[in-house]
Design a protein around this ligand. Structure first.
Ligand code: NDP
Length: 308
């Protein structure tokens, strides 16, 4: 009944401590010290090994250590083994914090002020009241909804766009591809919190940017693959967009010399918007294992056909 962890090793040591505390009878091992592979029933990984089916013949559950699963090659996972994504409260807490910080930074022209400081320019920019700055979130899942909930306190008019219909108090919700132009036309700050799938890859492109009000702002906290990079540069240089905060890129790390490093209208962070918090993630994993043993549905189970 071993749990094998294969991800960030510094956090792995924390996972080991919390596992020992909360499930002393359940063996927990850190990659590459796998022990007897036949005893591995649960794998917690950012990227699983390629030969997963052959390497661990008695695997029962695979957990993505992150909220997304786009980094997994789902076709290599044994068909009978459920893939479960991380839905622990620490991820949500940190994403809400980062998204609110970034939306406020975009709202209050922080990207422009950072450039002005670099150029030693002391110049005011006009201030828009939050009630006149519309914030639209793409992806109304666990994280998108939590971010919107916290943004309510700033008085921004709020919009959301999702695949299936949602009803969220205080948020004008749109559903489906047909409604995307209406949603975009009313969005001054666009937040991408979609999963990366074959449907959403490249969704942040020139056509989408052109539907936003001129000078709109972008926050991408989804995945680098959502964004067509050349289209973003062109939109920023041509005034279609006025600033972007990007937490994700493709590939990561962003290569040296990439135009995003030095673009005056881009604020870049190295995929740190949110990270899994070992203390709460261990509880989530133990709870999911217990549900699995009782034969109950698993809340974070990934639908392999949808890809999230
Ligand atoms: P969820 O699965 O809870 O939510 C995803 C939402 O996106 C669902 O509401 C889903 O709609 C919607 N969606 C999926 N496909 C489409 C589509 N084609 N068109 C419109 N809407 C769509 O995921 P989370 O909220 O937990 O996480 C979202 C993403 O955030 C992750 O996949 C990951 O990429 C990113 N992330 C980034 C982090 C970072 O540090 N930068 C950290 C954590 C997550 P429906 O209701 O119909 O299923």
């Amino acid at each position: 009944m071993t749990v094998l962890y294969k991800a960030n090793m510094v956090r792995g040591a924390e996972w080991a401590t919390f596992f020992a505390e909360r499930a002393p009878d359940m063996p927990f091992r850190l990659w590459p010290d796998i022990g007897d592979p036949a005893t591995v029933r649960y794998l917690v990984a950012w990227q699983p090994p390629d030969d997963i089916a052959a390497a661990f013949p008695n695997l029962e559950l695979v957990f993505s250590v992150g909220a997304g699963v786009d980094q997994f090659d789902i076709t290599k996972l044994p068909p009978h083994v459920p893939l479960v994504r991380m839905m622990e409260p620490g991820i949500t807490e940190r994403m809400v914090e980062y998204a609110c910080m970034s939306v406020l930074a975009l709202h209050r022209d922080l990207v422009q002020f950072i450039g002005q400081q670099r150029d030693q320019v002391w110049r005011e920019l006009s201030v828009t009241h939050t009630s006149e700055r519309r914030v639209g979130v793409m992806g109304l899942g666990l994280l998108g909804q939590a971010v919107l909930e916290r943004l309510k306190s700033f008085d921004f008019p709020l919009l959301g766009w999702n695949r299936s219909p949602r009803s969220i108090a205080g948020v004008t919700c749109y559903a489906g591809a047909d409604t995307l132009p209406d949603f975009l036309g009313q969005t001054d700050i666009l937040v991408c919190l979609l999963p990366l799938t074959s449907e959403t890859r490249g969704i942040l492109n020139a056509k989408l940017f052109a539907r936003l009000p001129r000078g709109a702002r972008l926050l991408n906290v989804g995945r680098g693959g959502h964004l067509v990079e050349a289209d973003l540069i062109a939109a920023l240089d041509g005034g279609v967009l006025s600033a972007a905060v990007l937490d994700v890129a493709e590939p990561e790390p962003l290569p040296a010399g990439h135009p995003f490093w030095s673009h005056p209208r881009i604020l870049l962070t190295p995929h740190i918007a949110s990270t899994t918090k070992p203390e709460t993630a261990v509880d989530y994993v133990l709870d999911t294992i217990a549900r699995h043993r009782r034969g109950e549905p698993l809340p974070g189970r990934v639908d392999r056909d949808r890809g999230y």
